[in-house]
Write a protein that binds this ligand. Sequence first.
Ligand SMILES: [Ca+2]
Length: 273
Amino acid sequence: MGPNGETCSGHGECLTLRQLAQDATYNGEPTPIAYGSGLSENSTAWDADFIQHCKCYEPGYGNNSWYNLSAWTGYDCSKRACPTGDNPFVQGRKFERQYIECKATGGSLRLTFRGATTQPIAYDASAVEVKRALEALHTIGSVAVEGDVFCVPPCTTCSGPSTCSSDADAHKACDVHGYPLNVGNFSVEFTSELGDVPPLRVDSTKLLSATVKVGEAVSGSKANVVCSHRGTCDELTGDCECFAAYTSSDANNSFGLREDCGVMLSSGWVAGK
Ligand SMILES: [Ca+2]
């Protein structure tokens, strides 16, 4: 109850254990569980529909926010989660990078990350269009996408501007100067979601003559800790109060918009203290 008697402080919904198990996630990935399924065959999970608990809202990235600080937390959803970041003193940790190999002659596909699904992405989309579709998800803040054309068949020999000598369907695999493009071979680097993130899921049912493969090129290894362990979390506001000399980073040892205390202001400033 909130101070005015609202369920889950007005920032969540009250669910039974059975419902909560159906909504379960692992590393942000939906992983529904049948409550009581671990019990022996003839037992009943007596409390499945009696015990209730709050499931707090986690709106994620929305309203053009640059960092995911909008989650509510606490047993009654009365507290705010603070931004997370990498530990600024550990070198060499990496953002996760996944590859998407795709060949198709038409249609569109959808990508799903941590339970959120994009609008249809055209088979011949550019890297900018793929990036825009992914960043529109509430589960992703920012990604870096590389590649030229998403899913068109490759061209062995480009014979002129946007012209493939061997395959009429592959004309989009040649650029306006008559050079082959990097097709069907995209990489997606997760620059806001830290740590080992779950794989992108592909719905290719609307793609024509498609083969699609998604995999992990680099497993994310950055820490994903509250206020980068360089500040304290004000649970009323969801703001990090950074220790002296630390400020907002980009999770990559530079200044950024995470508000996570993940970068040092300057070593000279510290030495002068
Ligand atoms: Ca991963």
